[in-house]
Design a protein around this ligand. Structure first.
Ligand SMILES: [Fe+2]
Length: 302
């Protein structure tokens, strides 16, 4: 059982930065967090920045940033990643300034998606979130939330994120995806949050829209999840999966499509894991109740 760490930030590339920034504040309910050198930052708690966005054609994740808690843990994780074949950049002061952290090492997973290991995330004045009165559930130990990466073959992601970076197995969901084969997702935790990352294999010919399927933000009040749903509807953004619950994390949530094409999941009351007693299992279904999809097609997200 490894030491706890947490998802600290996510970096995104979007094709319409001005439109996406308006969505982030007016629909998702985040606070502006300044920005520099091409990156626009957003806040949702005491951290100086939790999401970084830049303009570009990808409409996808650029990098995930992992708060390794201390230098020793960061160096140990970097050593494991290097031994597994990842190319680790040296300490980069410019990147640390951009990401508002003390120290950061950059690398990429085996699909080429950026991964940054850091310590010392800057804190800022208490955040003002007029649209999310109860605030987001992050805290010292749980981190930003979770995100889901998709590919044709998840084994390279498991080798990187579980075996080398040090995330731990929560559970799997494997279920038939119509005539195409199986949806096959593995959920991984870095701390008591049920998962900080899930990796999914999508069989051909189901299209891969982007590497990022969705990012989930957990709210402290169920009322705020309902109000976020209403803002997506009012903004004319599709509700990809309506209110519902997965069998594994047992969070109450919905999925809305962002203007960049990937989804945001807004959740409440996700399960926590105690490694001393947790028993990973494989579920054969993705929905405990609800999460009705407009297309009728289950998507890979947890
Ligand atoms: Fe999710």
């Amino acid at each position: 059982m490894g030491q706890d760490f947490r998802l600290g930030y996510v970096c995104l590339e979007v094709s319409d930065l001005a439109g996406f920034a308006k969505f982030m504040t007016d629909v998702a309910g985040f606070a502006p967090g300044g920005g520099a050198e091409g990156w626009t930052a957003f806040r949702l708690d005491g951290a100086a920045a939790r999401l970084f966005c830049r303009e570009g054609p990808a409409n996808d994740i650029v990098a995930s940033g992992w708060d390794m808690v201390d230098d020793e843990a960061l160096d140990r994780a970097a050593g494991r990643l290097a031994a597994a074949g990842a190319v680790i950049a040296r300490d980069n002061a410019d990147l640390a300034r951009q990401r508002k952290v003390e120290r950061v090492l950059a690398t990429a997973d085996f699909h080429g998606t950026g991964v940054e290991l850091f310590v010392g995330q800057q804190q800022a004045a208490p955040v003002s979130l007029p649209l999310v009165e109860g605030g987001f559930l992050t805290g010292d130990s749980l981190g930003l939330g979770h995100f889901v990466l998709v590919s044709r073959d998840k084994s390279a992601d498991i080798a990187f994120y579980r075996d080398a970076l040090g995330l731990r197995w929560s559970d799997d969901i494997v279920m038939p995806l119509g005539p195409f084969g199986n949806l096959d997702a593995t959920f991984l935790h870095a701390n008591p949050r049920h998962h900080s990352l899930a990796v999914g294999a999508v069989p051909e010919p189901v299209p891969l829209r982007s590497r990022l399927d969705h990012i989930c933000f957990e709210m402290r009040a169920i009322d705020d999840v309902g109000m976020a749903h209403a803002r997506f509807v009012e903004a004319g953004l599709p509700i990809v999966r309506d209110f519902g619950m997965h069998p594994n994390d047992r969070a109450f949530s919905f999925y809305g499509k962002t203007p960049a094409g990937f989804d945001f999941e807004m959740a409440f009351d996700s399960a926590l894991i105690d490694d001393a007693t947790w028993k990973p299992q494989t579920y054969g279904h993705i929905t405990r109740w609800g999460h009705r999809s407009e297309s009728g097609m289950p998507s890979i997200g947890d």
